[in-house]
Design a protein around this ligand. Structure first.
Ligand code: MG
Length: 248
């Protein structure tokens, strides 16, 4: 290959590479995702692991005890079947980028936490709230995209109920050494392309009406979706493990 860089320049501070180093490895080529529309989901990027492509729940199981999930699949989406329970991926995710799309019921019923409630639990434990907060007030740390019981989103970026909405999540798992927390989980979240959390540290796993603290758990865990009794839909769920992307 032709020489594109240099081999006599100064080293970059803190790096083993020179400025414009000819030997520095090239980033891999990834075909980016295509945009979703209300009518149809887009395509995942070429290096993503697809967790749900709209056809079946073969990559999922009941959160409570395992076994086949009770949610229904039709027309390219999955939908909560109330009282069938939360579901989770068989895949175990650590640090990652996640994309998913959800829609609250177009037929509005209930208010506050009783309207289009579901949730996305990272590592099965840490909930990013899914809720229809379009013209639906509720307590701040329970808003759409809130780190439930811990931190409200920066803004409310909800689309009207019935419309597809996107979550793009950058997740850094917590690190433990024995019983000691070395560093907390951190999350960046975009809702419909709008920033709701920027590298926000979590206080611990999600609780209801009480405070939380960390307890050690494995370095990877499932993506879990909540059955809160409302007919929330999901489609186009994929992730990219981030452990392979150290550019240092
Ligand atoms: Mg919820």
């Amino acid at each position: 290959m032709a020489t594109l860089g240099y081999d006599e320049t100064c080293y970059i501070s803190g790096s083993k590479w020179r400025v414009h180093d000819d030997a520095r490895p090239q980033p891999r080529v990834v075909t980016p995702p295509t945009a979703s529309t209300q009518e149809a989901p887009g395509a995942a990027p070429s290096d993503a692991v697809v967790l749900f492509d709209g056809t079946d729940l073969s990559g999922w199981e009941k959160h409570d005890g395992g076994g086949a999930p009770g949610w229904k699949v039709e027309d390219g989406y999955m939908e909560v079947v109330p009282e069938s329970g939360d579901i989770r991926t068989k895949a175990q995710l650590g640090d990652c980028q996640i994309h998913l799309e959800w829609a609250a019921p177009g037929e509005v019923a209930g208010d506050s936490q009783g309207r289009g409630n579901s949730g996305v639990f990272l590592m099965g434990r840490y909930e990013i709230q899914v809720l229809d907060c379009y013209e639906n007030p509720t307590y701040a740390d329970g808003l759409t995209g809130g780190l439930y019981g811990q931190c409200p989103p920066l803004v409310n970026a909800c689309r009207p109920p019935g419309q597809w909405q996107t979550y793009d999540i950058i997740w850094t798992a917590p690190r433990f050494e024995g019983d000691t927390l070395l560093r907390p989980a951190r999350v960046t979240l975009l809702h419909n392309g709008v920033l709701l959390h920027h590298d926000k540290a979590l206080l611990g796993p999600t609780k209801h009406k009480v405070t939380t603290h960390y307890a050690p758990h494995p370095a990877a865990g499932p993506l879990r979706l909540q059955d809160h009794g409302d007919l929330v839909r999901y489609r186009n769920i994929w992730y990219r493990p981030l452990s392979d992307y150290d550019a240092s």
